[in-house]
Write a protein that binds this ligand. Sequence first.
Ligand SMILES: Cc1ncc(COP(=O)(O)O)c(C=O)c1O
Length: 376
Amino acid sequence: VRDERPIHYRIFGMAKELEREGKPVIHMEFGDPYVEVDPEIVHSMCMSALSGHTHYSQPAGLDEFRERLAEHVNKRFSTSFSPSNVVVTPGSKIAGYLAIRALARPGEKIALVSPIWGVYYALLREAGVEAVDIRTSFESGWVPDEEAVHEAVERGVKAIIVNNPNNPTSVVLSREVVRAVAEIAGERGVYVIADEVYLDFPRGGFYSFLETGYENVVALYSFSKSYAMTGFRLGYAVADERVISEMTRLLQLYFTNVPEFIQHAGMRALEMPWVVERVTRTMWGRTDFLASELRRLGFEFVYPQGAFYVFAKVPSPWRSGAEFCEALIREKYVSPAPGEGFGGYSGFVRFSATAGIEVLREAVERIRSFLEEHGG
Ligand SMILES: Cc1ncc(COP(=O)(O)O)c(C=O)c1O
């Protein structure tokens, strides 16, 4: 079996190896917000398990939870989804995979707007689906060009994956761009798989693909980022009933269902919007700190608007993100993610502002001395 894991898994492996040797590694390659999960959410999970919610359950998720999720989405986006438009998944990554499997057969094509969370390439490969890249550029602010989207649609893709707000660039697409993409997709009835897991992080408003009114949208959401509940493995998808029912069929086959006590924790979280506020405010503070420090060190990037990543140009003398990251890990034990892992953007590197400010401060100091030692 060929090891086709994304390149940042290799970088992560290097970092882990150094950590095992006792080196003080600072991880900047993850998207896991280091914020404690609200104890009330943990408490509701425990109470649920203690009161016997420890059995097999409905594959699509508890009726009550799907009802709450539909209400949550409807309230936010003025839509009219019902529980049958919702499937609860063990994290949104799986929701993405199930959507791919539901929309395309092996040998068919799905487009993605890149740079994008590299796992999508691996998921497409795993499903035997050909990836059609819609590339964007730093110069255009990482905004997709309408003509390029059009070309992809004309190549007969079954869907377009758009991650907005974006990992790794933290760019938020405007209402106009979202509407234009939906309209172009609509010309051929192509689905949009809208990964909107960072929806709560934009500071200047967010326009969802669900708000376009385009019916062929599969929107993906997660409790991982907004509530810092990465370890709970809880996400959901919203789409038309046909797609939801196919995703549910696959989910039942692979996972049976998301544990009820995890769903109860999610239900409690939905009642606590102040948790989202706390997490997002914390992450903005960290992101602003990191972005302004990196700018001071001379890094160039589009200022993060909607997620907690800084996607910066690789400074000279390094020729690629992988080269930069490997040197930085080896010499300073700081581990960012190379741009290669997000669709082959080898001139870039992604720094995550997920750690606390003190850790980020230490990371910046090490990066500063790294640059100085290399004549920066
Ligand atoms: C863009 C994007 N989508 C989905 C996920 C997966 O999140 P989860 O499976 O924890 O819901 C991540 C995690 O980093 C992500 O960055």
